[in-house]
Design a protein around this ligand. Structure first.
Ligand code: SF4
Ligand code: SF4
Length: 91
């Protein structure tokens, strides 16, 4: 089980989520972040930290965003870890 980052994360410039994660789960995909499902311990710390409500437990992921479950697993393995906030907005 793991948490999943969904569509509302797209183009977020806050990245508040990464600093509260105790397991270093977040990976930077450029336009959005992804959670590595093997690392997530389901602590839920990132859920209230996200101002876009983009993070869901995989069992509660809205159906419209169900592809994001596999997308997180695939992309997290390809993208670098991010553990600190982005310094500034990029757009
Ligand atoms: S705070 Fe939410 S919207 Fe922003 S990068 Fe993190 S998961 Fe994405
Ligand atoms: S639920 Fe906890 S361990 Fe999983 S990504 Fe969020 S903060 Fe990290």
């Amino acid at each position: 089980m793991a948490h999943v980052v969904a569509q509302p994360c797209c183009d977020c410039t806050y990245t508040e989520c990464v600093v509260v994660c105790p397991a270093g789960c977040f990976h930077d995909g450029g336009r959005m972040l992804y959670i590595h499902p093997d690392d997530c311990i389901d602590c839920e710390a990132c859920v209230p930290a996200c101002p876009a409500n983009a993070i869901y437990h995989e069992d509660k992921l809205p159906a419209e965003w169900s592809p994001f479950r596999d997308l997180n697993a695939t992309m997290a393995r390809q993208c670098a870890t991010i553990t600190s906030r982005r310094a500034a907005a990029t757009n």
